[in-house]
Design a protein around this ligand. Sequence first.
Ligand code: ZN
Length: 152
Amino acid sequence: MMRRKFLKLLGISVLGILIAPYKYLYSKTKKIINQNLSQEQKNILFNDGTEMPFTSSLLHEKREGFYHCANCGNKLFSSAAKFDSGTGWPSFSEALSGAFNTKIDYRFGMKRIEYHCAKCGAHHGHVFDDGPSDTGKRFCNNGLCLIFVPSD
Ligand SMILES: [Zn+2]
């Protein structure tokens, strides 16, 4: 009797260990709010992917307005902070206050600061300290993660 109970408990804890990473991944993908995201957008936003440089239609966007999170609509950047970094990704000298949370990313043998939408947790890009403006920052953002809303 005791043995059976023990085996049952053992079974539950082994199952728990197996389920834990799955639960983590599941909770990550659960943050999808916009059901119309493309596979490529999902890969960048939820698997920390990166779009090919010089592919974003937003690179040449020069109108006044705001850039929002493609997943949850959170307002992230003002067009006033946008500049041409020459890197092939939409670049900004500063984000709107409270727009992002940051995390240190050690992938590819580099130490980089990765940032995520503060509202939905989706990955957007990396921020570097080599920006040309007073802030010294360069937010390097995947264009596919952004929706531009021009102000009229
Ligand atoms: Zn978001």
